[in-house]
Design a binder for this molecule. Structure first.
Ligand code: ADE
Length: 324
């Protein structure tokens, strides 16, 4: 299988893919990875490949000429027009099913944009697929292209040493991979699951399938709808679901009981505060009443020495008027 990457950073993709399993697959010749530098197709003496966007706005846009010409040159060399996948967060999100479908192609072109993207006319002219690696925005398409090429490569016969491992792992049968263990048998007081030490292949296989089902239910329950399970495995899944429902119910009941205790305590506190406030008001009223009575009593006592009325004393009347 031949991967052709249209990029402004050939060293980035070749460095990444030339390492480890994909690197070995390249050496063996089971895959080939070619990086085509879009800048080599620049029309500009300074090798510019970008310009300001028409209509204004931030950043620069990759010009259509160098992109189209890089692709056309490749097509002329190959004598055919391979599929062109544009790396963009606006694309379909890449997954194992798409990888399997793409692994059936002989040649694939990955177009990596930079800056604010590529002139739409180039995309309209050459792109057949728009793919994303997830709902987040990267600075360029090189890492997404490397992710997809890595994933597709391992489905190409001869890339993995162990032919079965590509099948058995995560997403085979829509189930996640079971947990793996190696030496030592005990690590920091944690033992390897005993069944794995028995050498009983049937039991080990059954345990692994159950672990896959359990893990998929815990981490990716959305996958289970597409999983192919035996009758016994379906029963196991039903038991896990019942366990999960019981655990959820217990959590809900505990939360409800805690809420009831909290509400009771809050109601008691509110009642206490209300009673205290009422008592305070009653005490204030009693104090006011006592003060008023005291004042009245004092006023009665003083009335013995009260000044004569206006009628009784003309001077008194004068003083009263002056006061007013
Ligand atoms: N280019 C920038 N972000 C990307 C993403 N999430 N997937 C694919 N290409 C991208």
């Amino acid at each position: 299988m031949n991967f052709h990457i249209l990029t402004l950073f050939p060293e980035m993709v070749l460095g990444g893919l030339g390492t480890s399993i994909t690197g070995r697959a390249m050496e063996k010749g089971v895959i080939s990875v070619e990086a085509i530098n879009i800048r080599d197709y620049s029309h500009d003496k300074h090798h510019h490949v970008d310009d300001a966007p028409y209509g204004g706005g931030a950043g620069m846009v990759m010009q259509p000429g160098p992109v189209c010409e890089a692709y056309e040159d490749l097509c002329a060399r190959l004598g055919k027009k391979p599929r062109v996948i544009y790396m963009t967060p606006q694309g379909r999100v890449f997954n194992q099913t798409i990888a399997q479908e793409l692994a059936g192609e002989e040649d694939l072109v990955f177009l990596c944009g930079h800056y604010e993207g590529i002139d739409e006319r180039a995309l309209e002219l050459i792109c057949t697929d728009y793919l994303s690696i997830g709902d987040y925005v990267l600075t360029g398409g090189e890492l997404p292209a490397m992710v997809m090429i890595d994933c597709i490569s391992r489905l190409v016969p001869g890339v993995l040493n162990n032919e079965v491992s590509a099948e058995v792992e995560s997403f085979h049968d829509n189930l996640l991979e079971y947990p793996q263990y190696t030496r030592p048998e005990i690590f920091r007081d944690m033992a390897v699951p005993p069944v794995l030490l028995t050498g009983h292949h049937k039991n080990i296989e059954e345990w692994r399938r159950q672990q896959s089902i359990k893990r998929t239910l815990e981490r990716r329950p959305d996958l289970l709808a597409g999983a192919v399970l035996s009758k016994k495995e379906r029963k196991y899944l039903e038991a896990l679901l019942a366990e999960q429902a019981a655990a959820e119910k217990a959590v809900e009941e505990k939360a409800a009981a805690e809420k009831a205790v909290e509400e009771k305590a809050a109601a008691e506190k509110a009642a206490e505060e209300k009673a205290a406030a009422e008592q305070a008001v009653a005490e204030m009223a009693a104090e006011e009443k006592a003060a008023a009575e005291q004042e009245a009593a004092e006023a009665d006592g003083l009335s013995v020495f009260a000044e004569p009325s206006k009628e009784e004393s003309p001077e008194g009347a004068d003083r009263q008027e002056m006061k007013e």
